[in-house]
Design a protein around this ligand. Structure first.
Ligand SMILES: Cc1cc2nc3c(=O)[nH]c(=O)nc-3n(C[C@H](O)[C@H](O)[C@H](O)COP(=O)(O)OP(=O)(O)OC[C@H]3O[C@@H](n4cnc5c(N)ncnc54)[C@H](O)[C@@H]3O)c2cc1C
Length: 310
């Protein structure tokens, strides 16, 4: 690699500062766009939702490489030349993920444009480690788009999970729910009329239902995105946000395949065992040393996943 001086600072503050251009090994033609030259990669979610990948860092990678390379490159700053062989890269990523050496994963970033119902956005915004810029309903009119669950997604309150739904519900209750949505959606007409009569948008919007859509730009590094995905793909998360999380995973997987593979192996599809559970395994016991029913139920579910006989 050769350094070519391209610019000297001209303003007083940068005078004497020299910027050098460093050519890539193999020249510029050896780089590829991870997004294949696309302006954006879109996944439609539900009726009006959208999960769109706008940008990724690194976007240009050596041809044949992926963003995994940026993780390996950062890790080598700490581990030195000892891990330099290309065939060790996948193993290095797996090691980093297994041992929660997380900062190299922060070297990769993704920028999304997401359109989702307000009730999904409320859950999403709790993930504080992203940068967000949201559509302003103080500034602009809220469009008349509403989320409508499919018939299959209209279900009974779950008895096992206070935050969830599970069994199918009877048609009469489902129909009553849809009529209730009709009435809530009809409020949009009144909202429009009131704003046309001069009512401020910021106060007119407060009568709209949570099923209206909002949208935002959302930028996050890979480490924190994996945390978001683990929490929001999980079956305890609400179905609607899970659908967005799955769309997001489909968008990023080709960009960092070794990381996603390792994350599935060591986090998403792995299992954490508590001290009591390890004790039970050692003792060959079915019951945990606890009188907490929920903890025992969680242990039963883990035993089933592990294929341990009752
Ligand atoms: C299934 C499910 C059910 C939930 N139910 C509820 C509920 O009923 N009520 C409710 O209020 N919330 C609920 N939540 C939200 C949940 O409590 C978390 O707020 C949300 O998942 C974001 O997680 P987080 O804080 O790890 O993420 P992030 O905000 O992305 O933070 C990631 C990590 O960064 C660090 N961090 C971030 N910001 C700070 C900071 N300011 N100071 C120090 N450290 C920081 C922390 O280590 C944190 O764990 C639920 C979440 C899920 C997945």
């Amino acid at each position: 690699m050769q350094g070519v001086e391209v610019k000297q600072g001209s303003a007083a503050m940068t005078a004497g500062v020299t910027v050098q251009r460093v050519e890539p090994e193999g020249g510029a033609s050896s780089w590829s766009d991870l997004m294949g030259g696309a302006a954006r990669l879109d996944v439609a979610v539900h009726d009006h939702g959208l999960c769109s990948l706008i940008d990724v860092m690194p976007r240009l990678v050596p041809t044949g490489a992926t963003a995994d390379q940026a993780i390996v490159q950062a890790a080598r700053v700490s581990y030195g030349a000892g891990t330099k062989k290309v065939n060790e890269d996948r193993g290095l990523i797996r090691y980093l993920l297994r041992h929660r050496h997380t900062t190299p994963f922060e070297m990769v970033e993704f920028k999304f444009h997401v359109r989702m119902p307000i009730f999904v956005a409320r859950q999403w915004i709790r993930h504080r480690t992203a940068n967000v810029n949201e559509y302003s309903a103080r500034y602009s009119i809220v469009p008349d788009r509403f989320y409508r669950p499919s018939r299959d997604d209209i279900r009974q309150q779950s008895k096992a999970n206070r935050q969830g739904r599970d069994e199918p519900i009877d048609d009469a209750t489902a129909d009553a729910f849809l009529r209730y949505l009709d009435r809530a959606e009809a409020l949009h007409e009144e909202y429009l009329k009131l704003t046309e009569q001069g009512l401020a948008r910021e106060i007119a919007r407060i009568g709209l239902p949570q099923s209206v859509y909002t949208e935002w730009y959302w930028k996050i590094d890979l480490h924190n995105l994996l945390r978001f995905l683990a929490l929001r793909i999980d079956e305890h998360a609400q179905q609607e946000i899970r659908d967005f999380a799955r769309a997001m995973l489909a968008l990023i997987e080709p960009m960092c395949p070794w990381t996603i593979e390792a994350w599935r192996d060591y986090e998403l599809e792995s299992m954490r065992l508590t001290r009591l559970e390890i004790e039970a395994i050692r003792a060959g016991a079915v019951s945990l040393r606890t009188d907490n029913k929920r903890e025992q139920a969680e242990w039963d579910a883990k035993r089933a996943r592990l294929g341990l006989a009752n």
